[in-house]
Design a binder for this molecule. Structure first.
Ligand SMILES: *[C@@H]1O[C@H](CO)[C@@H](O)[C@H](O)[C@H]1NC(C)=O
Ligand SMILES: *[C@@H]1O[C@H](CO)[C@@H](O)[C@H](O)[C@H]1NC(C)=O
Ligand SMILES: *[C@@H]1O[C@H](CO)[C@@H](O)[C@H](O)[C@H]1NC(C)=O
Ligand SMILES: *[C@@H]1O[C@H](CO)[C@@H](O)[C@H](O)[C@H]1NC(C)=O
Ligand SMILES: *[C@@H]1O[C@H](CO)[C@@H](O)[C@H](O)[C@H]1NC(C)=O
Ligand SMILES: *[C@@H]1O[C@H](CO)[C@@H](O)[C@H](O)[C@H]1NC(C)=O
Ligand SMILES: *[C@@H]1O[C@H](CO)[C@@H](O)[C@H](O)[C@H]1NC(C)=O
Ligand SMILES: *[C@@H]1O[C@H](CO)[C@@H](O)[C@H](O)[C@H]1NC(C)=O
Ligand SMILES: *[C@@H]1O[C@H](CO)[C@@H](O)[C@H](O)[C@H]1NC(C)=O
Length: 236
């Protein structure tokens, strides 16, 4: 019960702190400085730890989920017992962290930012995967590169990616934040990062000469393959 009410509190606090965005960007921009990085890292570390402990605690308390994981063969009873023991062991540490209002409110901002960064990355990956749709040439090249034999399965994944992408793209708050992040990245690295944001579509639309298509394949293996590995992990 305690953790549920805490999650609800978090949600409301998240909504309330959404307005703290500009501040965070300033924080991010300052990260270049030496002590800024150290500071950011230690807070990030504490936030990651708290998130991890919360996740562990929630899992240990969710018998339905544990049972499902055992049924799927993802866990055995020994591991389930270990998870519960570990969760019990970290209870006081987690409570101490959660009692630190400075930490909790900072983590809300950090986590929200991290979540958006993750969603933007996912959107970029999905865009690249969706770009394969209705393009037999691109799909063949991809399958060859990735050593995939099951075209049907790939097509299903492409279809899923397209659906998911549309859902994400319909969220203008998210797309605006992604644009903002791209611009910041672009400003930080003098255009390099901004270029990579469109590399997917560039890779898909270049390659008329044989030399260029060679390059496209190479670019794809750098950009697309790691991206797709992530997407496969996501849908499996
Ligand atoms: C950060 O570094 C600057 C100089 O590089 C220094 O003036 C400032 O006191 C430092 N701040 C902290 C919190 O260490
Ligand atoms: C437990 O896990 C299930 C399945 O993962 C989820 O649907 C449910 O909301 C969880 N229950 C609680 C109390 O978090
Ligand atoms: C449970 O899984 C762990 C690691 O996956 C293994 O070492 C252990 O022998 C398993 N225990 C049982 C009872 O199957
Ligand atoms: C409980 O936590 C302490 C320190 O946090 C650690 O030394 C100990 O090994 C843990 N015990 C278990 C069963 O995980
Ligand atoms: C609360 O967390 C902040 C940020 O991690 C830390 O600087 C501060 O020392 C903590 N306060 C207490 C009382 O632990
Ligand atoms: C299909 O993909 C290939 C290779 O990536 C690319 O050269 C071609 O322009 C694409 N065709 C269409 C219609 O997008
Ligand atoms: C491709 O996959 C097949 C079987 O699925 C395997 O025999 C072959 O060695 C793989 N080739 C490469 C280059 O990984
Ligand atoms: C596509 O999505 C549906 C529902 O979202 C899911 O059941 C199916 O397994 C997914 N297919 C692939 C290949 O990821
Ligand atoms: C849109 O994305 C933002 C940022 O991730 C999120 O906070 C918000 O809940 C999303 N809105 C909808 C309707 O999904």
């Amino acid at each position: 019960m305690r953790s549920i009410s805490f999650v609800i509190t978090l949600l409301f606090a998240f909504i309330a702190t959404s307005y703290a965005w500009p501040e965070l960007h300033i924080l991010e921009a300052r990260k270049g400085g030496k002590n800024g990085t150290t500071n950011g890292n230690s807070v990030n570390k504490a936030c990651r730890k708290m998130a991890k402990l919360e996740k562990l605690t929630a899992l240990a308390a969710n018998q339905t989920k544990l049972d499902a994981m055992v049924a799927k063969g993802k866990l055995n009873q020994t591991e389930v017992d270990a998870i519960k023991a570990k969760a019990a062991n970290v209870t006081s540490e987690l409570q101490t962290m959660q009692a630190n209002t400075t930490l909790v409110s900072t983590c809300l901002v950090v986590d929200a930012h991290q979540k958006v960064v993750g969603e933007c990355k996912q959107m970029n990956k999905l865009t690249k995967l969706a770009a394969l749709a209705n393009n037999q040439t691109a799909m063949d090249a991809f399958m060859q590169k990735k050593n995939i034999t099951d075209m049907t399965k790939l097509q299903a994944k492409i279809a899923n990616a397209t659906t998911k992408l549309k859902t994400l793209q319909s969220n203008t708050t998210l797309t605006n934040l992604c644009t903002q992040l791209d611009q910041q990245k672009g400003a930080a690295s003098d255009g390099t990062a901004a270029a990579s944001g469109t590399a997917g579509s560039a890779a898909a639309s270049t390659g008329s000469s044989s030399g260029a298509s060679e390059l496209t394949l190479q670019t794809m293996s750098y950009i697309l393959l790691p991206a797709l590995a992530g997407i496969f992990a996501l849908f499996l």
